[in-house]
Design a protein around this ligand. Sequence first.
Ligand SMILES: *Cc1c(COP(=O)(O)O)cnc(C)c1O
Length: 385
Amino acid sequence: MQFIDLAAQQKRIRKKIEANLARVLDHGQYILGPEVAQLEQELAAYVGVPHALACSSGTDALLLSLMALGIGPGDAVFTSPFTFMATAETVSLLGAIPVFVDIHGDSFNLDPEKLTRAVVAARTGDPRLHPLPHTGGAALRPRAVIAVDLFGLPADYEAINQITAKEGLAVIEDAAQSLGASYQGKKAGALAPLAAASFFPAKPLGAYGDAGMVFSSDPEQDALLRSLHVHGQGEGRYDHPHIGLNARMDSMQAAVLLAKLELFDEEIGLRQEVAARYRQMLDAAGLVTTPQVPEGYVSAWAQYSVLAPDAGQRGLMMERLGQAEIPVAIYYPKPLHLQEAFAALEYVPGDFPVSEYTAERIFSLPMHPYLEAKDQERVVAALAG
Ligand SMILES: *Cc1c(COP(=O)(O)O)cnc(C)c1O
């Protein structure tokens, strides 16, 4: 059994992928070839936003989004500590400060109530309201929120967008795990004015290497993003109004993604079936807490993550799965506020208790569109021991 079975998918579209790659080999435009522009158009239409910029990874999509907002030293960017490193790392790379806000225990996404308090605390410099990062006495300037759609479930954008509108903050959707998901009829990638997607091979829509996308609704912002992803290039090739990056998506990855996009909606549908079967089987077994998808949401099910009653039981269940040769993983064993890389921010254990509680109990089961009921039965039987 595979944790994510990319081979089963490839078998279905191998010919299409080979034909698309052969076209790139024939035209030879390895950088910014026609496949890249075509993918941008198709994904912008799929997500339902006016602009999409193909880039080199989800991490670079986040970095470009922050750069397009002019985020820099002294700026506070509010985000979840229960996410992949890239979400907060890009904030620090620009000299800005990640201000972590704890998650809600049901969705594993940023808790809007705690966000409100965090923004007030940052503005007033009052750590009694919310645990604030160490800044050496410098004031925090609230600028933006990065909301993460963890495991494929969109964050609560209705509440988040209300808070950010009131507080004058920008919002970036970290949609690295959520392409294909939706919230109140809108697709992930369209839930905030800027959204970053990842096509890392294991994501719901994966390339055969690193690739990403920035979705945006403002034409000027799109033009800036486009410049930033090619060395801040201007009208002429050697004209540089901005400090930028080399963050292009290559034509080969776009060619692969175009082939996979044809299957994508069907695969999102299959993921719903797999998740529903897990839910039924696991709830009947009663060993773990299964993920809930609230009314109005569709998850992309990037991961199927469950909670054990405690760390010891998690260890035991993971051991049983290992013995049955069933792959299993922990996303994420250590929240970002406790990572050594952020030690200078001086967060301490206890600052974000829901994230810490979750990190001790969560684990993810095999999840992909081609997972069959008999495999899932085997997973649940192994869990029960
Ligand atoms: C994967 C991921 C990223 C980074 O994407 P890459 O394409 O690997 O750079 C960012 N945020 C989250 C939540 C992710 O899961």
